[in-house]
Design a binder for this molecule. Sequence first.
Ligand SMILES: Nc1ncnc2c1ncn2[C@@H]1O[C@H](COP(=O)(O)OP(=O)(O)OP(=O)(O)O)[C@@H](O)[C@H]1O
Ligand SMILES: [Mg+2]
Length: 492
Amino acid sequence: MPKTLNRETVRAAKADIEIFARDLVGAPLFDYQLDAARNPSDITVLNAGRQVGKSTLMAMCALHRAFAQPGSMVLILSAGESAAKTMLSRVAELMRGTILEASTVEDLKDRIVLTTGSTIRCLPASERAVRGESVDLLILDEAAKQPADMWSAAAWTTVARPGSRVIMASTPWSQNHWFHRAYIAGQAKRDGYYSYHWPSTTSPLMNTERLEQLRATMTTHQYNAEVLAEWSEDVGAYFSTAELDACVADYTLTPPDKAYGQLAVAGLDWGRVHDAQAVTLLAALDDDELNKATHPEETIYYIPWLENHFNMRYSDFQQRILDIAKGYELRHIVSELNGPGNPATEQLSDLLRRNRHVTKGQSWIAGVNTTNRGKQNAFGMLKLLVQQGRIVLPREPDLLSQLHSLTYERTDSGQMRIAVPDIAGHDDAAMSLAQCMSTIGNNTLYREDNPRPRKDTILTTPGGTRIHQTPRALNNWYAFGRARVHDRYNKW
Ligand SMILES: Nc1ncnc2c1ncn2[C@@H]1O[C@H](COP(=O)(O)OP(=O)(O)OP(=O)(O)O)[C@@H](O)[C@H]1O
Ligand SMILES: [Mg+2]
């Protein structure tokens, strides 16, 4: 709350945003915010992580300019209509209960006009918003998400105003965007630009523990951008080699005839011209509490068996699946429906039904149309398991190299597209594993009360997850949810 507001304080507040924020508005800025607010360059670029205090700083700068320099025009452009509204209410919020509130002459939908004759306008970024405008302080919030031609249009608004200033802030997004170019210019202190880099942890309010938890739910790409405020390549490897290696152990796969009814789910990828037919099994690991310290309540998964067949007829591949179902209890079979997958899945379903007296239990067959979003969710889940050390992968070069060749790129709509580039080869093994991911629920692990420790060599992945040389599946249906892919269920 404001201290005694004598003329001296008001004069000091006009001259210095620190005093203004602290004594007049009653919301002091942090040192790093002050540093940027006082920067004398024409164009200040804030490349910053989420929640570091960008918008707060910009609202304060807007208010200070409007207060300190009578008759000035401040324009704040946000990425989108609702962001613009929020920005206006932030400014209004800062004014509430201060002498500034009394000096408001107009509080319209998109602007606040003060008795100083200054106006603060908050608009969604568009070329129309800046056409013909002339402003003293131009603020661009979430700049990297604003239209591609926004900066070239907006820059004109300040050229004819002596002493005018631009502040643009954003978390990183595409490198092919003017915000990235502005940041680079500011790093070199070129052409009146000056850049700051603030990871989220710059803010003293950041809860690092909470941040670590969040990290587990994000891809590396997201974390780099949203927390570290670092640009990573827009096209890159979806899994790093190190990340995958951390999950590998030299355990023994269990062939179906040695499975004796262990529970698993299967993902199928029906080959087209160049691909193999692939089936990958995923099971919950019965680890005899080996990982209880690191994963007290979460299920750990592993791949008990996988097969790839080149140039195999569909009918022979269906027969293979039946053989597997005679050894493993396949809770779900998630099968790709694209291309030849549709009739092939139907036939498989028939074959299993006719042979249900010889299979271990009955399978739910879930047909899935592979879409970009489905892939993103499936590989996203796999990524999560990988990063949490909750999946152990066998040292199968095909699978590992396919996973490693998966690339992502950002589409124009901001989505991610995951694919194996043609030159890198096949993706059948990776895809069949991804199909299994849709069956993973978020049930907590049910452990047996009296585990019977086994006499078997214990292996440890480089990431620290422990697994027996000959792993056994946890025969617990709750390790798997319902395949989230079937038309009748909520689709992925
Ligand atoms: N100087 C400050 N003093 C106290 N709290 C602050 C300060 N600056 C920011 N905050 C608080 O930190 C939080 C994040 O601030 P803000 O919304 O400005 O960050 P942001 O970087 O714009 O976030 P986002 O990335 O979500 O847009 C808010 O709760 C805000 O009130
Ligand atoms: Mg913000």
